[in-house]
Design a protein around this ligand. Structure first.
Ligand SMILES: Cc1ncc(C[n+]2csc(CCOP(=O)(O)OP(=O)(O)O)c2C)c(N)n1
Ligand SMILES: [Mg+2]
Length: 372
């Protein structure tokens, strides 16, 4: 057999409901009611306003680092609302809209990126894991949860987010392999934003698409336009229904773009062209959806302004709560590693307090030391 013949040329379907101009494919439009349609829009706007504010917080020294989601809002804001309340969500670290939808207070996300453990406490009853920065680890957590559901005979499903770079990790493949063999109710949602820090998608895999990897694991894979919120919603809705009715897993590759730096510690000008970014700017998921909603008569200029104003207010209130909480006692760094503090650590703790007192470090209202 010649080399040419054995090359895999598997084609996968790409779902697009809203075209670049915001025009819907009539036959595919899920025709969501006005309330849900407008809600998805609000979610994207809130995600963007919070994203912008997080960058400002980092730039003004109030946050350690931040990984923005600008341009990718349609993925999280389309996919998570397509799942039922009892389904579980396992995010990576750019799914801001997913957390908001599942009732995590906005300040939890600010706490997370500010380095506070409160940012990892799930909202009560939200069935939504915290951010997972160790790449692809959430894939096995998600697979494990879906396995548990199957063992218990529950008819719920799990949605797992993972980046294009994450698909090079063993955890991703182990999760898919296991899910395929045991026909688990898992929706693996790959957010292909074309970059993994400075590594382009082409260097991640020689496969023409990421979606086609599903074939090797024995289930369906589909691509969706990741800047089309209706496409993301419909693809996940169908995959989740299939999973809940015993049809097994689905791999969805949402094709989108990381508009900003990888994190606030990165400078993308060093490895990608401005032209590429400009091209994707024109495909903005919020603008596209605004056009669709306006055409269908669901969105007016007034409503648009109200949605923005509400988002700005919610984010400002969350930042205020974060600011109030920001002061932590540096002495606490000794307190939570061991159940019983070893004597040498207790000694270091006492030394530290002595040094703080000798340096005249002031104490706050809770008696905690205030670092200058
Ligand atoms: C296990 C592990 N290895 C390496 C890293 C460092 N790292 C952080 S983000 C990243 C790239 C991830 O790219 P992708 O999965 O495409 O997600 P994106 O950042 O584009 O959302 C890497 C390698 C990490 N966080 N965890
Ligand atoms: Mg990526």
């Amino acid at each position: 057999m010649s080399r040419k013949n054995i090359r895999l040329k598997e084609k996968v379907e790409r779902l697009v409901i809203l075209d670049k101009t915001g025009k819907a494919n009539e036959a595919l439009d899920p025709k969501l009611d006005d309330e849900l349609s407008l809600y998805l829009y609000k979610l994207m706007v809130q995600s963007r306003v919070l994203d912008e504010r997080m960058i400002n917080l980092q730039r003004t020294g109030k946050m350690g680092t931040y990984a923005p989601c600008r341009g990718q809002e349609a993925t999280a804001c389309g996919a998570t609302p397509a799942m039922d309340k009892d389904d579980w969500i396992a995010p990576a670290y750019r799914e801001v809209g997913s957390f908001i939808h599942r009732g995590w207070p906005m300040e939890s996300l600010i706490f997370f990126w500010g380095g506070y453990e409160e940012g990892c406490v799930p909202a009560k009853g939200s069935n939504h894991l915290p951010f997972a920065v160790p790449i692809a680890t959430q894939c096995l957590h998600a697979m494990g949860i879906s396995w548990g559901m199957k063992v218990k005979g529950e008819s719920d499903a799990v949605l797992c987010y993972i980046g294009d770079g994450g698909t090079s990790e063993g955890d991703f493949h182990e999760a898919l392999n296991f899910a395929g063999v045991y026909k688990l109710p898992l929706v693996m949602f790959v957010v292909n934003n074309h970059w993994a820090i400075s590594i382009p998608r082409e260097m991640q895999t020689a496969s023409p698409t990421i979606a086609q990897k599903a074939v090797a694991y024995g289930f369906d894979g589909i691509q969706v336009d990741g800047n089309d919120i209706l496409g993301c919603y419909a693809a996940v809705n169908e995959a989740a229904n299939k999973a809940r009715s015993g049809g097994g897993p689905t791999l969805i590759e949402a094709v989108t773009y990381r508009m900003m730096f990888h994190t606030t510690a990165d400078d993308p000008k060093k490895y990608r062209s401005e032209d590429e970014v400009k091209k994707w700017e024109k495909l903005d998921p919020i603008t596209r959806y605004e056009k669709y909603l306006t055409t269908r008569g669901t969105l007016s200029r007034n409503v648009q302004e109200d949605v923005k104003a509400e988002a700005v207010k919610l984010v400002a209130e969350a930042v205020e709560r974060y600011e109030l909480h920001r002061e932590v006692d540096p002495v606490e760094c000794f307190d939570f590693t061991y159940e019983e503090m070893p004597p040498e650590l207790a000694e270091q703790r006492e030394d530290f307090i002595r040094v703080l007192d000798e340096a005249g470090v002031k104490r706050g209202p809770r008696g905690h030391y205030l670092l200058p």
